[in-house]
Design a protein around this ligand. Structure first.
Ligand code: ZN
Length: 314
């Protein structure tokens, strides 16, 4: 949350961990929701404008949250966080933005030049999600629920040779065989476990060095976890040739850095059919940007959403 006085553009930034299911698996969803609202209401200064970057599937037009696997597990009953905040602290102007949308707005503002027609940001982190903005029309199209790009909870294709060993892996949303079952941070741990590699709690620490040492198991793990993301990018460019720039960020991307970028690019370079002839370095250099830690700031993006609200349309 970034909160400032009514006329402040750049209020102070305070980072506090959210009361999430991931951090507190013992607490019920109503408890976690109440604690989140309490935390936000306690921290917002009087008469502030508060911009919230929120890690959840959220209706941008109302502030209703449909679900958040990291925050609330498989809870599927929608919760109107914005209405509750406005009821409790009517003096504060609350602006809730999905964290991926906020990241996209910041990424687009910093990296999209005047030639970019559509821009997307993909996060590979505790979850996997994508947002796309149409810069020509200054729009972020959303569906009837005010959502867009919740790609982590699409079924995952297991087309790599030997990838069937991953069949049935769970997703944080409660289903199985989703993109996030395999490609997310927790997915990486599940895949390592299924492959019999390392102890799952140590995967994030072990993997970068193991990849640098050309450990075969580590390389296999990277290949399997990057495959759904490369498939997603391939599909995006097939459906939208005017998608001129895609940023990839999030903890997995940042943690594996050059190894991850090289694997995604290797996969995108491969031709899969007469219609998908592969993409060379020159093509990818201009269109795919792997973000370093801190390069994209969702809080800065959340502050920009006011300019975009008229363009977030069903
Ligand atoms: Zn899922």
């Amino acid at each position: 949350m970034r909160a400032g006085g009514p006329d402040e553009k750049d209020g102070p930034v305070e980072r506090v961990p959210s009361p999430s299911r991931l951090r507190h698996p013992d607490r019920s969803v109503p408890e976690l929701r109440a604690q989140l609202v309490d935390l936000l209401c306690d921290r917002a200064p009087a008469d502030a404008r508060a911009a919230l970057s929120f890690g959840a599937a959220i209706d941008h037009l109302t502030g209703t949250v449909y679900g958040s696997a990291p925050l609330w597990g498989d809870e599927a009953v929608p919760y109107d966080v914005a209405a509750e905040l406005r009821r409790r602290r009517p003096d504060v102007t609350w602006q809730l933005v999905n964290d991926v949308t906020a990241a996209l707005l910041d990424f687009a503002a910093v990296h999209a030049g005047p030639e970019v027609r559509r821009v997307a940001y993909l996060t590979v982190s505790s979850g996997v999600a994508l947002r796309t903005a149409d810069l020509e029309r200054r729009r972020i199209p959303v569906d009837g629920q005010g959502l867009q790009g919740e790609v982590g909870h699409l079924p995952v294709p297991l087309t790599d040779p030997g990838a069937d060993v991953l069949a049935g892996l769970p997703c944080e949303c409660g289903a199985r065989d989703h993109v996030a079952s395999i490609a997310s941070g927790p997915g990486l741990v599940r895949v390592a476990d299924r492959l019999g590699l390392s102890r799952p709690a140590e995967v994030a620490d072990w993997l970068p060095a193991a990849l640098a040492a050309k450990n075969q198991g580590a390389q296999r793990l990277l290949e399997l976890c990057a495959a759904p993301v490369a498939h997603l990018l391939r599909t995006l460019w097939c459906l939208d040739p005017h998608l001129d720039l895609v940023g990839i960020g999030g903890g997995v991307t940042e943690g594996l850095a050059g190894h991850y970028a090289a694997e995604i690019r290797r996969r995108l370079a491969a031709a899969t059919s007469y219609a998908d002839r592969g993409r060379d370095d020159e093509w990818l250099d201009g269109r795919l940007l792997f973000c370093a830690p801190g390069q994209v700031d969702p809080l800065r993006g959340a502050q920009r959403v006011g300019d975009w609200l008229p363009g977030i349309t069903r």
